[in-house]
Design a protein around this ligand. Structure first.
Ligand code: GAR
Length: 197
């Protein structure tokens, strides 16, 4: 059974998709053992608690400097003894120590077709604003392994989504989530959990 630690910053709809996929058997051979947020008020923590999953907040505000926060975050991840760390909308730069320790065992969901609209400054709604500003007709989402760069690790799965003429960033974000993110993140976890990669 693959032990998963999910890191989240906000609403946690991707976390929800993973929990639902485990419940319905779309993901087999995996369990979420801990959900961690850098944001005490993240709704994602409530989603975890309501499923009886261990939920922890590790906020930079509670530590005197970045080093102390990084150590606390890594300790919290280590404490879950995960086989896989899933970044599901985790808007924190990971401690380099953590990337090294969990090399090949951290995956991230990004709301665009990497290498477009990714890297520093491209997260959340900003990605979809940039997509609309550029006028591309196709966007999507990507699940990839995390390395030392920003959105540079090996790609596991991608799914394309159409951009429509009247899209606003929020409308497009919702479509990318529904048609791509909530589909390929559970798929990627299932593939890893069952040794199919
Ligand atoms: C998702 O769209 C995810 O792809 C994005 O944050 C959102 C979190 O939503 N992640 C990034 O932009 C990472 N660069 P959620 O909390 O509802 O899952």
């Amino acid at each position: 059974m693959l032990r998963i630690c999910v890191c989240v910053s906000g609403g946690g709809t991707n976390l929800q998709a993973v929990m639902d996929a485990i419940d319905t058997g779309k993901i087999t051979n995996a369990q979420i053992v801990r959900v961690i947020s850098n944001n005490r008020g993240a709704y994602a923590l409530e989603r975890a608690k309501s499923r009886g999953i261990d939920a922890a907040a590790v906020s930079p505000k509670d530590y005197e400097d970045r080093e102390c926060f990084n150590e606390a975050l890594l300790a919290c991840v280590d404490g879950a003894e995960p086989d896989l760390v899933v970044l599901a909308g985790f808007l924190v730069v990971l401690p380099p120590m953590m990337i090294k320790k969990y090399e090949g065992r951290i995956i991230n969901i990004h709301p665009s077709l990497i290498p477009s609209f990714c890297g520093k400054g491209f997260y959340g709604l900003k990605v979809h604003e940039a997509v609309l500003a550029r006028g591309v007709k196709i966007t999507g989402a990507t699940v990839h392994f995390v390395d030392e760069g920003t959105d540079t690790g090996p790609i596991i799965l991608q799914k394309a989504v159409e951009v429509l003429p009247d899209d606003t960033p929020r409308v497009l974000q919702q479509r990318v989530m529904e048609q791509a993110e909530w589909v390929i993140l559970p798929q990627a976890i299932h593939i890893i959990a069952n040794g199919l990669l």
